[in-house]
Write a protein that binds this ligand. Structure first.
Ligand SMILES: C[S@@+](CC[C@H](N)C(=O)[O-])C[C@H]1O[C@@H](n2cnc3c(N)ncnc32)[C@H](O)[C@@H]1O
Length: 242
């Protein structure tokens, strides 16, 4: 906790420090089921990410912050001129699955906090992917993560930000009240639905959708373009350019 409060001057960044996050994602079977049953629209989201990355014709390096098992991005990267993929996550078990997903690609998987990764200025990236990971941070820390990610971009680089969001004007409690019946429609069984909701109640801090874009602008991004909106107005994606 002490290390993270050093890079963001707001103790609430400790939200992302909760060992329950790594614990939940180390029990990867729940999130695996969420992806397999496409509960969070990974197929649609990553089809759109594929379109964005298809514009890259020169070798490019990717930093994936909170990569999990890389299940969405791994098939997208095959066939593209990938120079290197660096995946960062606090859940070691997920990284083991990521190694299998990315087999044959030039990869470097690091079990470390994404804030710690961003403090490392030894490498710049053409693409930084932040997919369903930033909601574990509070607003101040989200902005700080985005500002630091911007610093790690090569000229012409872009951040692809995908996350759960609240509707504009919606409180977190109101969001949770409508998210719970939504999760009850996911085809993953009652026990897994319960484990998802327990994690969401404890560790998810989705931003209001318009505020998320505003945070990206205030983090210094000159171009913030939304490319996806989905779930039940519970998810969105943006491309952020310097
Ligand atoms: C909902 S999963 C998303 C996985 C993948 N990016 C995707 O789009 O499906 C969130 C991931 O972020 C990781 N994570 C959460 N907080 C983190 C932190 N502070 N540093 C690194 N990884 C983190 C979790 O362990 C988990 O694997």
């Amino acid at each position: 906790m002490a290390t993270r409060s050093a890079w963001v001057d707001d103790h609430r960044v400790a939200i992302s420090d909760d060992p329950a996050i790594a614990e939940f994602f180390n029990g990867w079977e729940v999130y695996r089921a969420v992806i397999d049953h496409d509960c969070m629209e990974h197929r649609e989201v990553y089809a759109l990410v594929a379109q964005i990355l298809a514009e890259r014709t020169q070798p490019f390096a990717v930093l994936d912050l909170g990569c999990g098992d890389s299940a969405g991005i791994a098939p997208v990267l095959r066939g593209l001129p990938l120079a290197q993929y660096v995946g960062v996550d606090v859940a070691e078990q997920a990284l083991g699955f990521a190694a299998d997903m990315l087999a044959g690609l030039d990869t470097d998987l690091r079990c470390r906090d994404l804030g710690e990764q961003l403090r490392d200025d030894s490498q710049q990236f053409d693409v930084i992917l932040l997919s369903f990971a930033l909601h574990h941070f509070d607003s101040t820390a989200k902005r700080e993560v985005l500002a630091q990610a911007r610093e790690r971009l090569t000229p012409g680089g872009q951040v692809i930000l995908i996350d759960v969001v609240r509707a504009d004007g919606e409180t977190r409690d109101e969001y949770l009240a409508r998210f719970e019946p939504y999760v009850a429609t996911w085809p993953i069984g009652r026990d897994m639905q319960g484990r998802v909701l327990e994690h969401v109640r404890r560790n998810d801090w989705p931003e209001e959708v318009t505020r998320m874009a505003a945070l990206a602008r205030s983090a210094g991004f000159g171009d913030v373009t939304q490319f996806y909106a989905g779930g039940q107005d519970t998810q969105a994606g943006w491309v952020l350019s310097r």
